[in-house]
Design a protein around this ligand. Structure first.
Ligand code: ZN
Ligand code: ZN
Length: 102
């Protein structure tokens, strides 16, 4: 089960709903990770892979989605999000879970 948290920068007020930094957000078949997109200058939730047991879902999803690209701009300039605010560079606070998914 994956969990999306509300992450907030107390310095500039920037907010985003993301898996916590460094965590692989695992659903039933799909894995995501929060990354920083150099092109958007924003944190994005990136599809990084599928469970190898996912069988028929795997084939369907592989046709539909691309791995390791930004969902906003389709760019590949992604680095793992280290928890810092993309706007001001301060450490962001990971708050409560806003959404569970699988
Ligand atoms: Zn900030
Ligand atoms: Zn982007």
């Amino acid at each position: 089960m994956g969990a999306i948290h509300k992450c907030k920068c107390n310095s500039c007020g920037y907010e985003v709903e993301m898996p916590p930094p460094g965590i692989i957000d695992r659903g039933f078949v799909a894995f995501y990770k929060s990354k920083l997109c150099a092109d958007c200058g924003d944190i994005v939730r990136v599809f990084i892979g599928l469970d190898k047991e996912s069988g028929r879902y795997k084939t369907e999803m592989e046709k539909q989605y691309r791995f390791n690209v930004c969902q906003e701009c389709e760019g590949e300039n992604l680095v793992d999000w280290d928890g810092s605010c993309p706007k001001c560079g301060e450490k962001m606070e990971v708050g409560e879970v806003t959404r569970m998914w699988d």
